[in-house]
Design a protein around this ligand. Structure first.
Ligand code: C2O
Ligand code: CU
Ligand code: CU
Length: 473
């Protein structure tokens, strides 16, 4: 047990007489430090501690995102982002979903190993949920980490209008608290000055090729919020990039991020980085120790990331949010406990090779994207068997990067020689760079059914860069 925990225990014993002292012994963030980014929590209606049961409705809702204007957003439960669903490892999660949108929709549980019929892929795992209809999702939170939910019908439009929310699976066995926690849903929205939403087809074919980014950056639905923090105290941020096309590349001048995990919980060991990349759909679990003069403000910035043809041209950095440091002197950071997870490399000897090429073509003057030259609506599913291991090699022939996402199964990224990239981590979304090749190993567990894979730049997915795995018993 650490020194910090001993102090904490002592503080509890003394609490009746020495409430004020506990704070001095244990430096803490100022009261309400994170109120600028607070998430609305979903209400768990089920008294069973091992079941999280919530209602969720998708509906249009007028929101004030830019001050003094009204944006006709599409929301889960009336707010942006959708309610924060929080479960413990192994909990059963039941979501009573109601569609109050004017369009069909579904809910996809990105990254979670749900059964195929709970995956929210229309036509394959469930029928569209039509306006006025309901659907109950029921699955087990079987892996720790930050996940997210979003529609899988007309995705670029529906996600772009505001439909996405976080789902955190806490691991009670993780041990000591690593820092003061924030869950950050990063996104963007294309909003005109009067608050109206931009036409989702803006820019025509070029917009589709580029992937339409929103002009307004959002953190937990807020524009450039400020959190209050005491310098030196370690914070733990679990971040998801819920933007439909934008790559989030984050930097804080003079600071490093300690990345301890990604899509599917912790990595083998942490890595230090001064810029943190999250492609659409990806998650990161990072430790940050803000430092600076008392009373000063740090800027957490979006830095242009070259994801291909012209994507960084003339683009300035932008502020995503701020950290205002209190006037207290920097606190002494508690020593970082060893963070390690043993992850066995998947055995790829004899694995079945799957080779995909991400392609672009044109049909009647419209950009069509595809995989191996075939758009999703004409593609035959790839056949796979439960228990089988595959090595996927994904080549990119386009002028743009593609964040490649596989539903339902985590995979392990491999290098050119086929060896696992260290530190090993479980991922579900992986960037494929311009003229580049990405590789991963995946082992299918016993969840037969139809599973999608696609580019998570949603304009690309909608333009045909999507396919299916038909997993058979
Ligand atoms: Cu976020 Cu089909 O996925
Ligand atoms: Cu997904
Ligand atoms: Cu793409």
């Amino acid at each position: 047990m650490s020194f910090k925990l001993v102090l904490f225990a002592a503080g509890l014993t003394l609490a009746p007489f020495a409430l004020g002292c506990a704070d001095e012994a244990l430096p803490s963030q100022p009261a309400g430090w994170d109120s600028a980014v607070t998430l609305r929590e979903a209400v768990d209606k089920n008294p069973d501690p091992a079941i999280v049961e919530v209602d969720l409705s998708a509906r249009p809702s007028d929101l004030e995102i830019l001050p003094g204007t009204t944006t006709p957003a599409w929301t889960y439960d009336g707010g942006l982002p959708g309610p924060f669903i929080r479960a413990k490892l192994g909990d059963r999660v039941i979501v009573h979903f109601k569609n109050e949108l004017p369009s069909p929709t579904t809910v996809h549980w990105h990254g979670i190993r749900v059964p195929a019929n709970m995956d929210g892929t229309p036509g394959h795992s469930q029928p569209d949920t039509l306006p006025g209809e309901s659907f109950t999702y029921d699955f087990v939170a079987s892996d720790p980490g930050l996940y997210w939910y979003h529609p899988h019908v007309d995705s670029a439009v529906q996600v772009g209008n505001g439909l996405y929310g976080p789902l955190l699976v806490d691991d009670p066995g993780e041990g000591e608290k690593l820092g003061d926690e924030l869950v950050l849903v990063l996104s963007d929205m294309a909003i005109a000055e009067d608050g109206s939403l931009e036409d989702p087809k803006t820019g025509g074919n070029f917009g589709t090729l580029f992937g339409r980014e929103g002009n307004v950056l959002l953190v937990n639905g807020r524009v450039d919020p400020t959190i209050e923090a005491r310098a030196g105290l370690r914070q733990r941020w679990r971040i998801v990039n819920a933007a439909k096309s934008r790559y989030y590349y984050l930097a804080i001048a003079g600071h490093e991020f300690t990345r301890i995990g990604g899509d599917g919980g912790w990595m083998e060991h942490p890595v230090e980085t001064d810029k943190l990349l999250l492609t659409p759909g990806e998650r990161a679990d990072v430790l940050v120790e803000p430092r600076g003069a008392p009373g000063s403000t740090l800027s957490v910035r979006w830095v242009p990331y070259d994801r291909g043809y012209g994507t960084t041209f003339n683009r300035p950095e932008e502020e995503v949010f701020r950290i205002h440091l209190t006037n207290e002197p920097a606190a002494e950071a508690a020593p970082l406990p060893t963070i390690a997870r043993s992850i066995e490399a998947l055995d790829t000897a004899g694995a079945k090779p799957v080779k995909l090429t991400l392609t672009q073509s044109e049909l009647n003057g419209e950009v069509v994207m595809g995989i191996n030259g075939v758009p999703s609506w004409e593609a035959n599913p790839l056949m796979a068997a439960v228990g089988e291991t595959e090595v996927w090699t994904i080549d990119n022939t386009m002028e743009f990067d593609h964040p490649f996402h596989l539903h339902g199964f985590f995979f392990q990224p491999l290098d050119e020689s086929g060896a696992p990239i260290r530190p090993i981590e479980w991922k579900d979304t992986l960037n494929v760079a311009v003229d580049g090749t990405s590789r991963f190993a995946v082992k299918y567990d016993n969840r037969p059914g139809m599973w999608m894979f696609h580019c998570h730049i949603l304009d690309h997915a909608d333009a045909g860069m999507m396919g299916m795995v038909q997993l058979q018993q």
